[in-house]
Design a protein around this ligand. Sequence first.
Ligand SMILES: Cc1cc2nc3c(=O)[nH]c(=O)nc-3n(C[C@H](O)[C@H](O)[C@H](O)COP(=O)(O)OP(=O)(O)OC[C@H]3O[C@@H](n4cnc5c(N)ncnc54)[C@H](O)[C@@H]3O)c2cc1C
Length: 416
Amino acid sequence: MADPTATVADFPGRAELESLLAGLVPPEWVAAVHRGDEGEIESLRGTIDRGAVVLALGRAGWIAPHYAREYGGRGLAREEAQRALTLLGLWDVPHAPLGSGVPLAAPTIDQWSDEDTKQHLLPPLLSGAERWCQLFSEPGAGSDMASLSTTAQRDGDEWVVNGQKVWTTYGHLAERAMLLARTDPDQPKHKGITYFGLDMRSPGVEVRPLINMAGQREFNEVYLTDVRVPDIDRISPVGEGWAAAVTTLSAERHALSGLARKKRKASDEILGGKPYVDVERLAIARGVTRDPLGRQRLMAAYIEHRVLTMSIQRSRARLAAGHPPGSEGSLTKIAKAAANQRLQEVAMHVLGADATAWVQGDTEAEEWITQFLRTRANSIEGGTSEIQRNIIGERVLGLPREPDPYKGVDWRSVPR
Ligand SMILES: Cc1cc2nc3c(=O)[nH]c(=O)nc-3n(C[C@H](O)[C@H](O)[C@H](O)COP(=O)(O)OP(=O)(O)OC[C@H]3O[C@@H](n4cnc5c(N)ncnc54)[C@H](O)[C@@H]3O)c2cc1C
């Protein structure tokens, strides 16, 4: 196979990036990249230190190369930066810190923060030194996030934060968090919110684990007790946190919708679950392709996979042609969540009795089941499928807005 990296057009600093990459992975990896041998790269994955690779790339400005150098990028034009990221994708090395800092926090800070805050928060984020999590959801505020109760009260140059957050993915690993807190309870719910970049190492931040049904520690509860946040960590203007949160939430929907360009095939980019090709391989290995019902289910999953891939390609082409981003993200997010869940159900059908009573130590079955369980979250995380349907109803179909009997009423007076 011809060298796939040769198809990437040039950009400033390319030679420097390629020599940096060659020093970060073993020579067999470099050879596999130039042969386009994804299987070989996969088999070498255990030979690199993920954190060290991310930090080395981040220190050189390659995590987010279109940001200015003073913020930790390389000041490349958008298309040049895109080429650099495509090249990094072909090298298949980790090039972003764990968590939601780069895709969600960075664009929000870039759009909403004043210069001092940008200089303070962006360099550690874009160099990979700080991993970020998201402190939005609360026990009483999930889909209706704007009704959140965590408070931040001003005290000189600081804010004092009290409240409880929940479902905080990677909260136990992150150094910083996107935090929404109520700064004015006498305003209607969407108005009195402010957005902060909370230092998770501050006194008063307590992270308690939640174990998901697959037995993994992915998310947490976070208790905030008299946590002092310096004003320089305030991301939005006071009282404009909701508008800034909309920037984050649109970026999140985009990331989960499959429209964000990544190396893997469009419909494989979803959290949890195995891709279609793996399910097909499992079905062949277990002889299920000879069973008419099994074949039918597999074909239905294949058709869904193809239709979804094409829909995503069409939406990407619209975006690339300069059409403003609309509600495509909501459409593909719902479709991907449903298709991924159905695909993992097909895998359970293929496993048959092994899906409920596998032999102890059968790590293959265990892995399939863990992935199946994880995908139940696809229709909840990043906004539930019901909420995405509301968005489509209101913004695409022009249906009447959902009634809100408390519209315009100050947050303090709304019963909860
Ligand atoms: C794996 C995972 C990771 C997550 N990570 C994070 C994170 O890192 N940070 C963070 O802040 N949050 C995170 N979340 C939380 C997630 O954003 C919320 O779970 C989600 O927004 C739904 O809120 P809720 O769980 O409170 O459900 P609720 O809002 O209580 O909803 C319950 C049910 O009612 C339906 N419903 C609610 N309102 C309406 C309506 N108006 N119309 C129709 N139906 C409605 C919902 O669709 C749902 O079926 C995560 C969730 C999951 C599953």
